[in-house]
Design a protein around this ligand. Structure first.
Ligand code: SF4
Length: 181
């Protein structure tokens, strides 16, 4: 859940903390390893274990390039979570989609934010698998698109498991890994 709009107003009531999400994912992972069928949770599992196709480098979350959002008035935004005035790229009643997509300064700016430009992510050994996570998720917490998102630690944990098969990774392993960032 992204802490935006009504989500932000009701975050205390509705949002799981990163630690709680991690715990849920750990449970799903363990049950899956044990061979249980997790109907309904499969989608979540697929989402968290998504890797870049064909092992290509993942440079960002895809906002403003693979993803675009258009509201009912024809306003164009970099993604469905960044639908605020400062991110408005143009309007389809005034310009063609192609023109907005190729010439909008804000779309260009967001597209140019890659893991290599994010202060924390650029040092992360998993950066090209992760792509730096959801920019909007970070933005609504810290106010910056360049920060690592709140689920960064969990991302590292699941990627570590997938890539090196370390199924029993401990908190100490994670701490040691984090100290390198
Ligand atoms: S795991 Fe965290 S630090 Fe590494 S690239 Fe992803 S968001 Fe950035």
């Amino acid at each position: 859940m992204v802490k935006k709009g009504r989500g932000r107003d009701n975050a205390e009531l509705l949002a799981l903390t990163p630690e709680e999400i991690e715990e849920v994912w750990d449970r799903i992972h363990k049950n899956r390893i044990a061979g249980e069928l997790l109907t309904g949770e499969e989608g979540f599992y697929m989402e968290v274990t998504r890797m870049p196709p064909n092992m290509t480098r993942k440079l960002n979350c895809g906002a403003a390039s693979a993803v675009i959002s258009i509201d009912a008035n024809g306003d164009v935004y970099p993604c469905h979570l960044l639908m605020e005035e400062r991110f408005r790229a143009g309007n389809l009643r005034k310009n063609s989609f192609w023109r907005i997509y190729t010439t909008s300064p804000i779309l260009h700016e967001i597209r140019s934010i890659t893991v290599d430009k994010k202060p924390k992510c650029c040092k992360c050994p998993l950066k090209y698998f992760c792509g730096g996570g959801c920019m909007a998720d970070a933005y609504y917490i810290t106010g910056s698109l360049l920060d690592a998102p709140p689920l960064c630690r969990m991302s590292r944990k699941w990627m570590w498991r997938m890539i090196w098969g370390q199924l029993d990774i401990s908190d100490n392993d994670i701490k040691e890994f984090e100290s390198t960032l």
